[in-house]
Write a protein that binds this ligand. Structure first.
Ligand code: PLP
Length: 464
């Protein structure tokens, strides 16, 4: 009943939703005929049933959940794509990574229904010790686990408020820290997430250090880091009762912006001068993606707090709030029922160990540098590619109208994305108002990087 076998660049013959998977759905009460196996059909059902998706159904098809390997993903019509989103920075080792699957199979008998933080269990404690050792600096740390990035941020925020007795935060524009609760108060990338929803906490907001479009009209080579001085000014006039400054070490959703180390250091130092904690939101950039466990290490800063998620779970929902020890003024101030259950904790321990033993920090730094070199060729080649930037495997390009005006070109960016996905079969995401990002899985090869850049190049050519 499934689709006939199709030839694939990476996988040989594959069958999209084969008999077995049709049967699984049938056993669950869904009798699906081959006539339902179109992107349009499932996009329509998705649009009716789901109130959540943030991606554009005009561009992306319905992903097949039964096939794929490494960076090769398929939609349910059998079209194969190179995925450079890495599952939005979630899949550290891509799809169906054999060593990971083998480890997962070996722990099938582990009790997995134990809620994490309500009781002690060995995997959770070991993972807490391990995760606490990842950020730079050797001060003693504690950890609370969670099941999302936003709540990893919120665990840190709660701790910073509890320990400091202060309730206000410094955050940036643009910035993305989550779509719920306290984390949403820090976010400023998309009015649709924010407008009409009250602020959970009071936030003082300053510009993110964005050298390609310095809001203060300066050049990074000889600037006096006005962006950091803006923080001093804000605190002087708005008040210094700040629990923490919360910063993405690379601004991800907001446009793949890499701040200069001197600005991050100065923002850190001014925060300290006024008695605030400094928190690095590593949900997207962390877990070795940039060649360091925490991307903020690239800026030479030792944060008080670190939020982690995405690649920490490698596909399962796992997040961690890491803070100074003791993290709360007394016990039982914070926890989450389903966090760090044993199986997921073991999988996260495996991911961290595998990154260590297989040298992925070095590989990510080197492959990322190669990717950035290739993206810089697109800057040289196309007037509409204004800038290429990134650290390690967190990279992007900014799309502009022309070199002289550097005016943002959001419509052109959207057209390039559509061409990239629909014609070039490159599964890729936008970010910010006019940027395109690549956050591929760590197992991406140089050949796949070349192929991805070539596809993006073709999409830009076809769109300009
Ligand atoms: C830097 C950063 N913080 C927080 C989040 C929120 O994570 P989640 O969607 O898991 O709540 C994201 C998600 O993309 C992120 O990139």
């Amino acid at each position: 009943m499934g689709f006939p076998a199709r030839s694939s660049e990476n996988l040989g013959d594959v069958t999209i939703l084969d008999e077995k998977h049709f049967r699984i759905l049938k056993d669950l009460g869904y009798e699906l005929g081959p006539d339902t196996m179109t992107n349009e059909y499932w996009k329509k059902r998705g649009a009716d049933a789901l109130a959540i998706t943030t991606q554009d159904r005009d561009v992306y098809g319905c992903i097949d959940h039964t096939v794929g390997e490494g960076v090769a993903i398929f939609d349910i019509e059998g079209t194969e794509y190179i995925d450079v989103t890495g599952g939005v920075a979630v899949r550290a080792f891509g799809l169906r990574y054999k060593p990971y699957l083998e480890f997962e199979a070996s722990i099938l008998d582990v009790v997995k229904e134990l809620p994490g933080m309500d009781f002690d269990a060995i995997p959770q404690t070991l993972l807490a010790e391990k995760v606490a050792s990842l950020p730079p600096g050797d001060h003693k740390r504690q950890v609370t686990f969670t099941t999302s990035g936003g709540r990893a941020v919120e665990g840190c925020m709660k701790s910073a408020m509890d320990l400091s007795g202060k309730q206000r935060f410094v955050a940036f524009r643009p910035a993305f820290h989550g779509r719920t609760g306290y984390a949403l108060s820090l976010t400023s990338t998309n009015w649709k997430h924010k407008s009409g929803f009250p602020q959970g906490v009071d936030v003082i907001r300053i510009y993110y250090p964005y050298c390609y479009r310095c809001p203060y009209g300066q050049n990074v080579e000889d600037c006096n880091i006005e962006c950091a001085e803006a923080l001093r000014f804000a605190l002087e006039v708005e008040g210094t009762d700040i629990a923490a400054t919360v910063m993405e070490p690379i601004c991800g959703e907001g446009g793949l912006i890499v701040p200069p180390a001197k600005a991050v250091k100065a923002i850190y130092e001014i925060s300290k001068e006024f008695g605030a904690y400094f928190m690095s939101d590593e949900v997207q950039a962390g877990m070795g993606r940039t060649g360091k466990w925490c991307a903020v290490e690239n800026h030479g800063v030792i944060p008080d707090y670190v939020s982690m998620a995405k690649a920490l779970g490698g596909g399962y929902p796992m997040g961690a709030s890491i803070g100074p020890s003791p993290m709360f003024s007394e016990a039982s101030r914070h926890s989450e029922t389903f966090s760090a259950e044993p199986k997921m904790s073991l999988l996260s321990l495996w991911i961290i160990r595998h990154i260590e033993t297989e040298g992925y920090l070095k590989k990510n730094a080197e492959n990322g540098a190669y990717l950035l070199t290739r993206l810089n060729e697109l800057v040289d080649k196309h007037e509409v590619v204004g800038d290429a930037r990134g650290i390690g495997l967190m990279t992007g390009v900014e799309i502009i109208k022309d070199e002289k005006s550097k005016a943002k070109a959001p419509k052109l960016r959207d057209k390039i994305l559509k061409n990239a996905v629909n014609s070039q079969k490159l599964w890729i995401l936008g970010c910010g108002q006019n940027s395109i990002r690549m956050t591929p899985s760590y197992i991406i090869t140089r050949e796949q990087i070349d192929s991805a850049v070539e596809r993006l190049d073709n999409a830009i050519k076809a769109s300009s």
